[in-house]
Design a protein around this ligand. Structure first.
Ligand SMILES: C[S@@+](CC[C@H](N)C(=O)[O-])C[C@H]1O[C@@H](n2cnc3c(N)ncnc32)[C@H](O)[C@@H]1O
Length: 325
Protein backbone atom coordinates (compact mmCIF):
# COMPACT_ATOMS: atom_id res chain seq x y z
CA UNK A 1 0.00 0.00 0.00
CA UNK A 2 2.77 2.38 1.08
CA UNK A 3 4.81 1.39 -1.99
CA UNK A 4 1.83 2.10 -4.24
CA UNK A 5 1.34 5.57 -2.81
CA UNK A 6 5.08 6.28 -3.16
CA UNK A 7 4.93 5.28 -6.84
CA UNK A 8 1.85 7.49 -7.28
CA UNK A 9 3.58 10.49 -5.63
CA UNK A 10 6.70 9.94 -7.75
CA UNK A 11 4.53 9.70 -10.90
CA UNK A 12 2.73 12.95 -10.02
CA UNK A 13 6.01 14.78 -9.30
CA UNK A 14 7.44 13.60 -12.62
CA UNK A 15 4.31 14.74 -14.46
CA UNK A 16 4.40 18.17 -12.77
CA UNK A 17 8.08 18.48 -13.63
CA UNK A 18 7.34 17.57 -17.27
CA UNK A 19 4.49 20.13 -17.46
CA UNK A 20 6.69 22.82 -15.90
CA UNK A 21 9.59 21.98 -18.25
CA UNK A 22 7.26 22.06 -21.26
CA UNK A 23 5.80 25.42 -20.13
CA UNK A 24 9.23 26.97 -19.59
CA UNK A 25 10.48 25.74 -22.97
CA UNK A 26 7.23 26.26 -24.79
CA UNK A 27 8.89 28.02 -27.71
CA UNK A 28 11.34 25.25 -28.67
CA UNK A 29 14.50 26.47 -30.38
CA UNK A 30 14.76 30.23 -30.73
CA UNK A 31 16.64 31.52 -33.78
CA UNK A 32 17.52 35.22 -34.14
CA UNK A 33 16.85 37.18 -37.33
CA UNK A 34 16.97 40.82 -38.41
CA UNK A 35 13.82 42.51 -39.69
CA UNK A 36 13.79 45.11 -42.51
CA UNK A 37 13.89 48.15 -40.18
CA UNK A 38 17.07 46.69 -38.67
CA UNK A 39 15.41 45.58 -35.45
CA UNK A 40 16.24 42.22 -33.96
CA UNK A 41 13.70 39.42 -33.61
CA UNK A 42 13.35 35.66 -33.09
CA UNK A 43 11.80 32.59 -34.69
CA UNK A 44 10.20 29.84 -32.59
CA UNK A 45 10.66 26.26 -33.83
CA UNK A 46 7.73 25.04 -31.70
CA UNK A 47 5.21 27.54 -33.09
CA UNK A 48 6.96 27.57 -36.51
CA UNK A 49 6.58 31.34 -36.60
CA UNK A 50 8.58 34.54 -36.40
CA UNK A 51 7.85 36.85 -33.46
CA UNK A 52 7.43 39.85 -35.77
CA UNK A 53 6.62 40.62 -39.37
CA UNK A 54 9.70 40.92 -41.59
CA UNK A 55 8.78 44.60 -42.23
CA UNK A 56 10.22 45.49 -38.82
CA UNK A 57 9.70 44.54 -35.20
CA UNK A 58 9.87 48.10 -33.90
CA UNK A 59 7.83 49.54 -36.78
CA UNK A 60 5.11 46.94 -36.15
CA UNK A 61 4.99 47.80 -32.44
CA UNK A 62 4.35 51.47 -33.07
CA UNK A 63 1.94 51.04 -35.97
CA UNK A 64 -0.22 48.30 -34.51
CA UNK A 65 -0.01 48.80 -30.75
CA UNK A 66 0.82 52.43 -29.94
CA UNK A 67 -0.34 54.80 -32.71
CA UNK A 68 -4.01 53.72 -32.71
CA UNK A 69 -4.63 54.87 -29.14
CA UNK A 70 -5.29 58.51 -28.33
CA UNK A 71 -3.34 58.87 -25.08
CA UNK A 72 -4.13 62.58 -24.93
CA UNK A 73 -7.83 61.84 -24.19
CA UNK A 74 -6.63 60.70 -20.74
CA UNK A 75 -5.56 64.25 -19.88
CA UNK A 76 -7.07 64.33 -16.42
CA UNK A 77 -6.20 60.73 -15.62
CA UNK A 78 -3.01 60.41 -13.59
CA UNK A 79 -2.69 56.63 -13.89
CA UNK A 80 -2.69 54.69 -17.15
CA UNK A 81 -3.37 50.94 -17.04
CA UNK A 82 -1.83 48.76 -19.74
CA UNK A 83 -1.83 45.00 -20.33
CA UNK A 84 0.77 43.44 -22.65
CA UNK A 85 -0.47 39.99 -23.68
CA UNK A 86 2.51 37.98 -25.02
CA UNK A 87 5.38 40.20 -23.97
CA UNK A 88 8.07 38.26 -25.90
CA UNK A 89 11.13 40.49 -26.33
CA UNK A 90 9.20 43.46 -24.98
CA UNK A 91 8.96 45.60 -28.13
CA UNK A 92 5.37 46.69 -27.59
CA UNK A 93 6.01 47.74 -24.01
CA UNK A 94 9.31 49.40 -24.98
CA UNK A 95 7.51 51.47 -27.63
CA UNK A 96 4.78 52.27 -25.09
CA UNK A 97 7.28 53.54 -22.50
CA UNK A 98 9.03 55.61 -25.15
CA UNK A 99 5.68 57.20 -26.12
CA UNK A 100 4.61 57.91 -22.54
CA UNK A 101 7.86 59.60 -21.52
CA UNK A 102 7.19 63.24 -20.77
CA UNK A 103 3.42 62.75 -20.31
CA UNK A 104 3.71 62.94 -16.49
CA UNK A 105 1.53 59.86 -15.99
CA UNK A 106 2.01 56.88 -13.76
CA UNK A 107 1.89 53.60 -15.64
CA UNK A 108 0.31 50.56 -14.01
CA UNK A 109 1.38 47.68 -16.19
CA UNK A 110 0.85 43.93 -16.31
CA UNK A 111 2.63 41.58 -18.71
CA UNK A 112 1.68 38.02 -19.65
CA UNK A 113 4.30 35.68 -21.09
CA UNK A 114 4.97 31.96 -20.87
CA UNK A 115 8.69 31.83 -21.71
CA UNK A 116 11.40 33.96 -20.09
CA UNK A 117 13.99 33.29 -22.78
CA UNK A 118 13.02 35.83 -25.52
CA UNK A 119 13.62 38.79 -23.21
CA UNK A 120 16.84 37.46 -21.76
CA UNK A 121 18.19 36.55 -25.23
CA UNK A 122 17.25 40.02 -26.52
CA UNK A 123 18.95 41.78 -23.60
CA UNK A 124 22.19 40.02 -24.54
CA UNK A 125 22.06 41.52 -28.03
CA UNK A 126 23.67 44.94 -28.49
CA UNK A 127 21.47 45.84 -31.52
CA UNK A 128 18.38 45.29 -29.38
CA UNK A 129 19.69 47.36 -26.46
CA UNK A 130 20.81 50.20 -28.72
CA UNK A 131 17.28 51.06 -29.91
CA UNK A 132 16.06 51.88 -26.39
CA UNK A 133 16.89 54.67 -23.96
CA UNK A 134 18.81 53.62 -20.83
CA UNK A 135 15.62 53.94 -18.71
CA UNK A 136 13.87 51.41 -20.90
CA UNK A 137 16.81 49.00 -20.90
CA UNK A 138 16.83 49.26 -17.08
CA UNK A 139 13.08 48.55 -17.00
CA UNK A 140 13.49 45.47 -19.23
CA UNK A 141 16.38 44.24 -17.08
CA UNK A 142 14.26 44.55 -13.93
CA UNK A 143 11.45 42.58 -15.55
CA UNK A 144 13.97 39.98 -16.67
CA UNK A 145 15.64 39.67 -13.26
CA UNK A 146 12.84 40.26 -10.78
CA UNK A 147 9.58 40.10 -12.76
CA UNK A 148 8.56 43.57 -11.61
CA UNK A 149 9.65 47.19 -11.75
CA UNK A 150 8.61 49.97 -9.37
CA UNK A 151 9.42 53.67 -9.58
CA UNK A 152 7.68 57.02 -9.14
CA UNK A 153 6.16 56.72 -12.63
CA UNK A 154 5.80 52.99 -13.06
CA UNK A 155 4.34 50.03 -11.26
CA UNK A 156 4.92 46.97 -13.43
CA UNK A 157 4.22 43.32 -12.73
CA UNK A 158 5.07 40.47 -15.07
CA UNK A 159 2.99 37.30 -14.73
CA UNK A 160 5.09 34.45 -16.12
CA UNK A 161 3.08 31.40 -17.20
CA UNK A 162 0.14 30.43 -19.38
CA UNK A 163 -1.75 33.67 -20.07
CA UNK A 164 -5.09 31.86 -19.66
CA UNK A 165 -4.31 31.12 -16.01
CA UNK A 166 -2.26 34.22 -15.23
CA UNK A 167 -4.94 36.63 -16.47
CA UNK A 168 -7.14 35.46 -13.58
CA UNK A 169 -4.52 36.69 -11.09
CA UNK A 170 -4.98 40.33 -12.10
CA UNK A 171 -7.16 42.00 -9.44
CA UNK A 172 -10.83 42.11 -10.54
CA UNK A 173 -11.24 45.87 -10.26
CA UNK A 174 -8.43 46.72 -12.70
CA UNK A 175 -9.58 47.94 -16.10
CA UNK A 176 -7.05 48.61 -18.82
CA UNK A 177 -6.85 51.69 -21.01
CA UNK A 178 -4.82 49.71 -23.50
CA UNK A 179 -4.60 45.95 -24.10
CA UNK A 180 -1.98 44.84 -26.64
CA UNK A 181 -2.70 41.32 -27.89
CA UNK A 182 0.27 39.86 -29.76
CA UNK A 183 0.03 36.06 -29.61
CA UNK A 184 1.31 33.81 -32.40
CA UNK A 185 -1.27 33.32 -35.16
CA UNK A 186 -4.59 31.63 -34.35
CA UNK A 187 -3.83 28.36 -36.23
CA UNK A 188 -0.56 28.03 -34.28
CA UNK A 189 -1.63 29.33 -30.88
CA UNK A 190 -5.46 28.99 -30.77
CA UNK A 191 -5.52 28.92 -26.96
CA UNK A 192 -4.90 32.68 -26.84
CA UNK A 193 -7.57 33.48 -29.45
CA UNK A 194 -10.47 31.49 -28.04
CA UNK A 195 -13.95 32.94 -27.60
CA UNK A 196 -13.50 32.52 -23.84
CA UNK A 197 -10.06 34.17 -23.56
CA UNK A 198 -11.07 37.08 -25.78
CA UNK A 199 -14.25 37.56 -23.76
CA UNK A 200 -12.19 37.63 -20.54
CA UNK A 201 -9.90 40.27 -22.08
CA UNK A 202 -12.89 42.31 -23.28
CA UNK A 203 -14.21 42.50 -19.69
CA UNK A 204 -10.92 44.09 -18.66
CA UNK A 205 -11.08 47.05 -21.07
CA UNK A 206 -11.70 50.39 -19.35
CA UNK A 207 -14.69 52.49 -20.55
CA UNK A 208 -12.34 54.71 -22.61
CA UNK A 209 -9.91 51.94 -23.44
CA UNK A 210 -9.16 49.74 -26.41
CA UNK A 211 -7.74 46.39 -27.39
CA UNK A 212 -5.42 46.27 -30.36
CA UNK A 213 -4.07 43.27 -32.28
CA UNK A 214 -2.39 42.52 -35.59
CA UNK A 215 -4.98 39.81 -36.28
CA UNK A 216 -7.64 40.44 -38.92
CA UNK A 217 -8.99 36.88 -38.73
CA UNK A 218 -12.77 36.54 -38.99
CA UNK A 219 -12.89 34.13 -36.02
CA UNK A 220 -11.15 36.68 -33.80
CA UNK A 221 -13.26 39.60 -34.98
CA UNK A 222 -16.44 37.57 -34.45
CA UNK A 223 -15.45 36.70 -30.87
CA UNK A 224 -14.55 40.32 -30.08
CA UNK A 225 -17.86 41.53 -31.46
CA UNK A 226 -19.81 38.94 -29.46
CA UNK A 227 -17.89 40.16 -26.42
CA UNK A 228 -19.67 43.49 -26.95
CA UNK A 229 -16.95 45.48 -28.68
CA UNK A 230 -17.01 47.82 -31.69
CA UNK A 231 -14.56 46.81 -34.40
CA UNK A 232 -12.22 48.93 -36.48
CA UNK A 233 -9.87 47.78 -39.19
CA UNK A 234 -6.26 48.89 -39.11
CA UNK A 235 -5.51 49.91 -42.67
CA UNK A 236 -2.39 50.09 -44.73
CA UNK A 237 -1.61 53.58 -45.99
CA UNK A 238 -1.71 52.11 -49.52
CA UNK A 239 -4.77 49.98 -48.90
CA UNK A 240 -5.42 47.35 -51.55
CA UNK A 241 -6.91 43.86 -51.52
CA UNK A 242 -3.58 42.19 -50.93
CA UNK A 243 -3.09 44.12 -47.72
CA UNK A 244 -6.74 44.74 -46.91
CA UNK A 245 -6.15 45.07 -43.22
CA UNK A 246 -3.18 45.13 -40.87
CA UNK A 247 -5.13 44.34 -37.75
CA UNK A 248 -8.12 45.00 -35.53
CA UNK A 249 -8.95 47.63 -32.94
CA UNK A 250 -11.80 46.85 -30.53
CA UNK A 251 -13.43 49.39 -28.23
CA UNK A 252 -16.41 49.28 -25.84
CA UNK A 253 -19.66 50.21 -27.59
CA UNK A 254 -20.53 53.15 -25.33
CA UNK A 255 -17.42 55.05 -26.39
CA UNK A 256 -16.88 57.95 -28.71
CA UNK A 257 -14.43 56.47 -31.25
CA UNK A 258 -13.26 59.89 -32.41
CA UNK A 259 -11.89 60.45 -28.88
CA UNK A 260 -10.46 56.99 -28.24
CA UNK A 261 -8.76 56.54 -31.59
CA UNK A 262 -5.80 58.79 -32.30
CA UNK A 263 -5.84 61.22 -35.22
CA UNK A 264 -2.89 59.43 -36.80
CA UNK A 265 -4.84 56.15 -36.74
CA UNK A 266 -5.30 54.82 -40.24
CA UNK A 267 -8.45 52.86 -39.82
CA UNK A 268 -12.17 52.69 -40.26
CA UNK A 269 -15.19 50.54 -39.41
CA UNK A 270 -15.16 47.17 -41.15
CA UNK A 271 -15.82 47.38 -44.90
CA UNK A 272 -18.57 45.35 -46.60
CA UNK A 273 -15.89 42.88 -47.67
CA UNK A 274 -14.72 42.47 -44.07
CA UNK A 275 -18.29 42.20 -42.76
CA UNK A 276 -19.00 39.43 -45.27
CA UNK A 277 -15.84 37.66 -44.09
CA UNK A 278 -17.56 37.35 -40.71
CA UNK A 279 -20.36 35.39 -42.36
CA UNK A 280 -18.08 32.65 -43.70
CA UNK A 281 -16.76 29.44 -42.14
CA UNK A 282 -13.59 31.34 -41.26
CA UNK A 283 -15.63 33.13 -38.58
CA UNK A 284 -16.26 29.95 -36.57
CA UNK A 285 -14.55 30.75 -33.25
CA UNK A 286 -11.84 28.86 -31.44
CA UNK A 287 -13.49 27.33 -28.38
CA UNK A 288 -11.79 26.49 -25.09
CA UNK A 289 -14.56 26.21 -22.45
CA UNK A 290 -12.29 24.78 -19.74
CA UNK A 291 -9.46 27.23 -20.40
CA UNK A 292 -7.12 24.25 -20.38
CA UNK A 293 -7.55 22.64 -23.80
CA UNK A 294 -4.50 21.83 -25.89
CA UNK A 295 -4.13 23.60 -29.21
CA UNK A 296 -4.93 20.35 -31.06
CA UNK A 297 -8.17 19.95 -29.10
CA UNK A 298 -9.22 23.53 -29.89
CA UNK A 299 -8.36 23.14 -33.59
CA UNK A 300 -10.18 19.86 -34.03
CA UNK A 301 -13.26 21.19 -32.18
CA UNK A 302 -13.33 24.11 -34.62
CA UNK A 303 -12.82 21.89 -37.67
CA UNK A 304 -15.80 19.72 -36.68
CA UNK A 305 -17.96 22.82 -36.19
CA UNK A 306 -16.88 24.20 -39.57
CA UNK A 307 -17.72 20.93 -41.31
CA UNK A 308 -21.19 20.85 -39.79
CA UNK A 309 -22.12 24.49 -40.31
CA UNK A 310 -23.93 25.87 -43.37
CA UNK A 311 -21.99 29.12 -43.65
CA UNK A 312 -20.41 30.18 -46.95
CA UNK A 313 -16.98 28.71 -47.62
CA UNK A 314 -14.14 31.18 -47.17
CA UNK A 315 -12.74 30.34 -50.61
CA UNK A 316 -16.06 31.45 -52.21
CA UNK A 317 -15.74 34.75 -50.31
CA UNK A 318 -12.12 35.04 -51.52
CA UNK A 319 -13.22 34.52 -55.13
CA UNK A 320 -16.08 37.03 -54.82
CA UNK A 321 -13.71 39.72 -53.62
CA UNK A 322 -10.75 38.60 -55.77
CA UNK A 323 -8.49 38.18 -52.77
CA UNK A 324 -5.26 36.33 -53.38
CA UNK A 325 -3.82 36.31 -49.88
C1 LIG B 1 4.42 36.89 -31.46
S1 LIG B 1 5.32 36.62 -29.98
C2 LIG B 1 5.13 38.14 -29.12
C3 LIG B 1 6.08 39.22 -29.55
C4 LIG B 1 6.18 40.32 -28.52
N1 LIG B 1 4.98 41.09 -28.38
C5 LIG B 1 7.38 41.22 -28.74
O1 LIG B 1 7.21 42.45 -28.81
O2 LIG B 1 8.49 40.70 -28.84
C6 LIG B 1 4.22 35.58 -29.06
C7 LIG B 1 4.63 35.33 -27.63
O3 LIG B 1 3.57 34.58 -27.01
C8 LIG B 1 4.14 33.77 -26.01
N2 LIG B 1 3.19 32.70 -25.67
C9 LIG B 1 2.86 31.59 -26.39
N3 LIG B 1 1.92 30.86 -25.75
C10 LIG B 1 1.65 31.54 -24.60
C11 LIG B 1 0.74 31.29 -23.52
N4 LIG B 1 -0.07 30.23 -23.51
N5 LIG B 1 0.71 32.18 -22.51
C12 LIG B 1 1.52 33.28 -22.52
N6 LIG B 1 2.38 33.55 -23.52
C13 LIG B 1 2.44 32.70 -24.55
C14 LIG B 1 5.42 33.28 -26.66
O4 LIG B 1 6.32 32.81 -25.70
C15 LIG B 1 5.90 34.51 -27.43
O5 LIG B 1 6.81 35.24 -26.67
Amino acid sequence: MRQQSLILTFGKTLLNFKIKFKEQNKLGTLTPFKTSDGSYSLHSSYFEEHFHSSIGALKESYEKYIYPYNFSQLKSKKIIYVLDVCFGLGYNTGALLESLSGLQKTLHWFGLEIDKRPLSIALNNSDFNSIWSQDIVNFLKEINNAGYSKSEFCNAQMLWGDARKELKKIPQGIQFDLIMLDAFSPPHCPELWSEEFLSALAKKIAPKGLLTTYSRAAAIRGSLRRAGLLLYSLKDATSNYKSWSKGTIAIPTNQNPSKTLSQSFIGEPLSLMEEEHLLTKAAIPYRDPSGESTSNEILSRRKTEQQKCLLESTSAWNRRWSINS
